[in-house]
Design a protein. Structure first.
Length: 366
């Protein structure tokens, strides 16, 4: 309790120093600059071009200058919080990725350069996890967006009780991933097992069927959420365009291809970005549903890449987030785990930027 109290006091003092005091200082500085008219440089008391611009945009009494100052006042706490809780831990994490940190030798870790990154490149388990994550992400993005767009197209029609259907399709997203995984684990192991046939003994004991089961569960969870994005986009389509196309004799496919798809292109960009990030960060549902298993053999093509004459055992649903967690918190290789997290961040950032760029380009073409 004593150590906890000291840490809490240290956190409060750091929070005040990093956020509160600079914020107060910034406000007081701006007020002094406004009152004393500091930005005057030449003998004739005429402001330079830079001074004029700063005064007009930030320090003057105009409506836009006041709005800009208010923007800074509200931005600074958020920016400080970003530095304190995101930027600084990221920099510290990168440093730990260059050490032999285990979590137990904090303060005594040894700087080893990029040795952890070399170890990761040679690690067939991480390579397999990345391979499975990419496959999972591709299927996940396609399934969720197809199902979500189909549901959105259905519930935006003149159906009786469509609001009830919207709520029902969205409801699974309100259930936490851990709870959802345990619910579906019970369904796969107990409920479907009672039907026998292809459902016996369980869909979760085989690598391929466990992978498919994971896709089904995640699609069921997130399709309703992405559906709401598509509903908002579809409802913004001008009805006069739809009615004019119907008068001109356009069938449902032609209306979908030439009117609906181009006008919801922005929604596709947002939905694909969300599903991409969610797929790569999938963790809680995997933990509760499969725990990364079941075990399977490393594919032959990957065995040849890593020079494995005897194919080792790997976990079939060991996605990259699960692999990082096990490396850091099960094997206590915090330095290697942190290096994997840095690599994961770079890969995800690159893929996300490419996806957004391509989708934005497609929006212009459509």
């Amino acid at each position: 309790m004593k150590n906890f109290g000291i840490k809490l006091l240290y956190f409060c003092i750091s929070f005040i120093i990093v956020l509160i005091l600079p914020f107060i200082f910034l406000i007081r500085l701006i007020e002094k600059i406004i009152k004393k008219d500091i930005l005057v440089f030449d003998k004739d008391k005429e402001r330079t071009q830079v001074g004029k611009f700063i005064h007009e945009k930030w320090l003057g009494e105009s409506y836009s200058a006041q709005n800009n100052r208010v923007f800074v006042y509200f931005l600074f706490p958020s920016f400080g919080a970003f530095l304190l809780f995101v930027a600084l831990p990221f920099v510290q994490g990168f440093y730990f990725s260059l050490t032999n940190w285990t979590g137990l030798n904090t303060g005594n870790e040894v700087f080893i350069g990029f040795e952890n990154y070399v170890t990761i490149i040679k690690d067939y388990r991480f390579g397999y996890s990345f391979f499975r994550t990419v496959i999972y992400a591709v299927f996940n993005i396609v399934l969720i967006n197809v199902v979500a767009f189909s549901l959105a197209s259905l519930v935006t029609q003149n159906l009786k009780g469509k609001n009830f259907y919207r709520a029902g399709f969205f409801m699974p997203n309100l259930i936490g991933g851990l709870v959802l995984g345990y619910i579906w684990k019970f369904i796969f192991d107990k409920v479907l097992f009672s039907f026998g046939g292809m459902f016996a003994p369980s869909l979760l004991i085989s690598g391929d069927t466990a992978f498919i089961s994971l896709l089904v569960v995640v699609t069921w969870q997130y399709a309703g959420y992405i559906m709401m994005i598509y509903i908002a986009a579809i409802q913004n389509i001008p009805q006069d365009l739809v009615e004019a196309s119907q008068i001109d004799g356009a069938n449902a496919w032609q209306r979908l291809k030439n009117i609906t798809m181009p006008l919801v292109a922005q929604a596709f960009t947002v939905a694909m970005f969300l599903t991409l990030v969610t797929a790569f960060k999938q963790f809680d549902t995997v933990v509760s549903l499969t725990q990364g298993g079941p075990a399977t053999q490393l594919p032959e093509i990957m065995g040849s890449i890593y020079n494995k004459t005897i194919l080792p055992v790997v976990q079939s649903t060991d996605l990259i987030s699960i692999n990082i967690y096990n490396e850091a918190f099960v094997n206590y290789n915090m330095g290697i785990g942190q290096a994997k997290a840095i690599i994961f961040f770079v890969i995800l950032l690159t893929i996300a930027l490419v996806q957004v760029y391509y989708n934005k380009k497609r929006e212009v073409e459509l």
